[in-house]
Design a protein around this ligand. Structure first.
Ligand SMILES: *Cc1c(COP(=O)(O)O)cnc(C)c1O
Length: 373
C-alpha cells in the first residue's frame, strides 16, 4: 500500500510541476463522491445524483486543491509571503498552507460578512488578517494594487496555478465513474472552480479548452485520454449576487451564501467560454431555497455542507423538475465547503428537534415515546 500524499504527488504528470519541485501538501483531494440514495426518489428522478463532498478537504473546502498548487509554486519561486482577498475559505486555506510552508499569509476579508469558523481558521494558522470596510470585490481590487509593489504572491484564483490544482476534482470524478457525468453543477462566485473543472474534464477526455488560464509554455503535461465524454457545466449564483444573470457586475451583492457573495467575478470570461463549449448554462437561486436545500440534504442524506455549496444541488433539483436536466442522466453536484464552518446559519434558522426536559427518566422517556408514536 502506498500512502496518499496529496494531489500534486498523485497527478504530478498532469500538473505544471517538475519532479524535483517540493509539494506543499496537507493531503488534500481524494474526497468522496457520494451517491444520493433518498433525494432522487423523493423528487422522482430516475437518474443518478452524486455529490462531490469537497468539505472533507483538510481546511474544509475545495480551496485546498488550488492552494497546494499555488503555494507550491510560490515557494518554488522563492516567495516569502502570499496574499489573497477572501470571502472566508480562501483565507482559511491560504493561512494553513502558508503555515505548512513556513511563509507569511496576508488575508483581506470583508467586515462582518464572513462565517466565524473561517475567520477562526485564518487566525489559528497565524495569518495576518486585514479586515476591510468593504466587500470581497473591494478586497480583490486592493490585493491587486498592493501586489504591484509589495513582495507578495497573489493566491486568488487569478493565479493560474490555483485552477491547475482545482482541475483534479474532475480527474477524481472521471476515475470514480469511469466516465464524465452528463451534467456537472457548481455554485459560482469568482467562477474559478467551474473553469477549473472544465479544464480537468477536457484534459481527461483528450480535448483542449479555450478556458485554460495557464500560459501555453507551461502546458507541458500529458493529456492522456481516460474518458470520452465531457459534461454540460451548470453554474448557479445566489440571486442577490448574480452578475451573470444581470449581464454586468453587481455593486452591492447580498446573500446568506457568503462564500459566493461576489459581484464582479474574476473568471467571468473563462466561465462564459465554459458555458459555450460545454453547452451548459447559468442560473440563480434565492437564499430561502438555498437554505432549504442545505437542510434537505443534511436531513435526508446525512451530508452537511455550507450554504453556498447547497446552491449546486438547489439549482440542480429545480432544473430536474423543469426538465432542463434530462431524466435518467447522471448528475454531479460539487459541495464546495463544510457546513461546520458556519453553524450560526443553522442556529438562526431555529433548533427544530430540540426538546427541553427536566433531568428525570420519566421526562426523557416521554419525549422519546411521543416521537415514536
Ligand atoms: C470559493 C467558494 C465558492 C465559489 O467558487 P469560485 O471558484 O469562486 O466560483 C463556492 N463555495 C464555497 C464554499 C467557496 O469557498
Amino acid at each position: 500500500m502506498t500512502r496518499y500524499t496529496g494531489l500534486i504527488d498523485q497527478y504530478r504528470s498532469r500538473l505544471p510541476f517538475a519532479p524535483e519541485v517540493r509539494a506543499i501538501s496537507l493531503g488534500e483531494g481524494r474526497t468522496p463522491l457520494i451517491r444520493l440514495e433518498n433525494i432522487p426518489k423523493l423528487v422522482g428522478f430516475e437518474g443518478e445524483i452524486f455529490v462531490k463532498f469537497e468539505g472533507l478537504n483538510p481546511t474544509g473546502s475545495f480551496k485546498d486543491r488550488g492552494m497546494t498548487s499555488a503555494v507550491t509554486q510560490a515557494v518554488h519561486e522563492g516567495s516569502r509571503a502570499i496574499i489573497c482577498a477572501s470571502t472566508g475559505n480562501t483565507s482559511a486555506a491560504a493561512a494553513a498552507f502558508a503555515a505548512r510552508a513556513g511563509i507569511t499569509a496576508f488575508v483581506l476579508i470583508p467586515e462582518g460578512k464572513i462565517a466565524l469558523g473561517k475567520l477562526a481558521q485564518a487566525v489559528v494558522h497565524g495569518a495576518v488578517v486585514v479586515q476591510i470596510q468593504g466587500n470581497f470585490d473591494d478586497g480583490m481590487r486592493l490585493v491587486k494594487e498592493v501586489a504591484e509593489t509589495a513582495p507578495v504572491t497573489i493566491v486568488n484564483s487569478i493565479n493560474p496555478f490555483r485552477l491547475q490544482g482545482q482541475k483534479t476534482a474532475a480527474f477524481e470524478i472521471a476515475e470514480a465513474l469511469g466516465r464524465a457525468p452528463d451534467y456537472h453543477c457548481l455554485p459560482v462566485g469568482n467562477a474559478g472552480n467551474i473553469t477549473a473543472h472544465w479544464i480537468g474534464y477536457s484534459e481527461v477526455s483528450g480535448f483542449t479548452t479555450g478556458a485554460n488560464t495557464l500560459p501555453p509554455e507551461l502546458r507541458n503535461y500529458s493529456t492522456a485520454q481516460i474518458v470520452s465524454n465531457r459534461p454540460k457545466m451548470v453554474g448557479y449564483q445566489a440571486a442577490g449576487s448574480a452578475p451573470f444573470m444581470r449581464g454586468g457586475p453587481v455593486k452591492d451583492p447580498e446573500t446568506v451564501a457568503t462564500a459566493i457573495r461576489i459581484g464582479d467575478p474574476q473568471s467571468w470570461k473563462q466561465a462564459w467560454v465554459v458555458r459555450e463549449e460545454s453547452g451548459g448554462w447559468f442560473d440563480e437561486c434565492v437564499d430561502e431555497e438555498i437554505l432549504k436545500t442545505q437542510r434537505f440534504l443534511a436531513e435526508r442524506e446525512g451530508v452537511f455542507c455550507e450554504p453556498a455549496s447547497a446552491a449546486s444541488l438547489c439549482g440542480a433539483l429545480r432544473d430536474i423538475k423543469a426538465g432542463k436536466i434530462a431524466q435518467g442522466s447522471t448528475v454531479v453536484c460539487t459541495l464546495t465547503g463544510n457546513g461546520l464552518k458556519d453553524p450560526d446559519i443553522i442556529v438562526k434558522g431555529g433548533l427544530q428537534g430540540l426538546i427541553q426536559v427536566p433531568a428525570e427518566r420519566a421526562a426523557v422517556e416521554k419525549a422519546l415515546l411521543d416521537r415514536l408514536a
